[in-house]
Design a binder for this molecule. Structure first.
Ligand code: ADP
Length: 229
């Protein structure tokens, strides 16, 4: 709540943002380039801390946690998907996804078994031994989504997940995100694309580091607050 972020050099990326994400939501954070969306995602995802203001994730006040505790919180609760996939080039789909459990205290055999299951879930079980350069953009993004899901996070944060894809592959990725949301995962999509945002149940519009419009949670149940910032 009241989150601000000022980068060195005096860039005011966030100017006092109040946002509550309700468990089970599917929402878009939408706005032009430079409006503070990625900064907001980094703060919601506890990859960065606000300059002032408070952030609560799954009931924890981020300000009171050490970096190690924040890493543990992220590993337990949050999955990340990026525009450019961030897959390891020399490793096949199973290994890329299994790496999502590297810090979860799970042995290699089980990591790989769960990676196969996650890849099946995103319907890419026919590409298990393909390396990223042997996959299309849409397939790469599905592998990246499987990696984000393997730890069974409650919250999935996707930064321009369709930004590097043609529109047909982008639609498939959005459908997949909807499906995951319907199965219970809270999904937050960052986009500069109003068409994508308008297709999602809640839109939070950013401009110049501020929320200028918020269509509000689709469900009125704010008793199960998951993320506040
Ligand atoms: P968006 O994701 O909407 O494009 P960002 O959150 O990336 O916006 O950026 C918001 C503002 O903060 C921009 O003016 C950007 O140049 C600035 N900014 C982002 N990251 C940094 C950083 N690490 N250091 C300095 N300024 C930054």
């Amino acid at each position: 709540m009241g989150a601000t972020k000022t980068y060195p050099g005096g860039v005011h990326a966030l100017r006092g943002v109040d946002l509550t994400v309700v468990s089970g939501e599917l929402l878009a954070i939408v706005g032009p380039s430079g409006s503070g969306k990625s900064t907001m995602l980094n703060i919601i995802g506890t990859l960065d801390r606000p300059t002032t203001g408070t952030v609560r994730v799954a009931g924890h006040d981020v300000n009171t946690l050490s970096d190690a505790q924040l890493s543990a919180l992220r590993a337990r609760h949050i999955g990340f998907v990026f525009q450019h996939f961030h897959l390891s080039p020399g490793r096949d789909a199973v290994d890329n996804v299994a790496d999502g459990l590297l810090y979860a205290g799970v042995g290699p055999r089980e990591r790989r078994a769960r990676a196969r299951a996650a890849l099946e879930r995103v319907r890419i079980g026919h590409r298990l031994d393909h390396r990223p350069h042997e996959l299309s953009g849409g397939e790469k993004q599905r592998v990246a989504i499987a990696r984000a899901l393997i730890g069974e996070p409650e919250l999935l944060l996707a930064d321009e997940p369709t930004g590097a894809l043609d529109s047909a592959s982008g639609q498939l990725v959005l459908e997949l995100l909807r499906e995951l949301n319907a199965a219970g995962t809270t999904v937050c999509v960052i986009t500069h694309d109003h068409e994508i945002a308008d297709a999602l149940p809640r839109r939070v519009r950013f401009r110049d580091g501020e929320v200028v419009a918020d269509s509000g949670p689709a469900t009125p149940d704010t008793a199960t607050r998951e993320v506040r910032s």
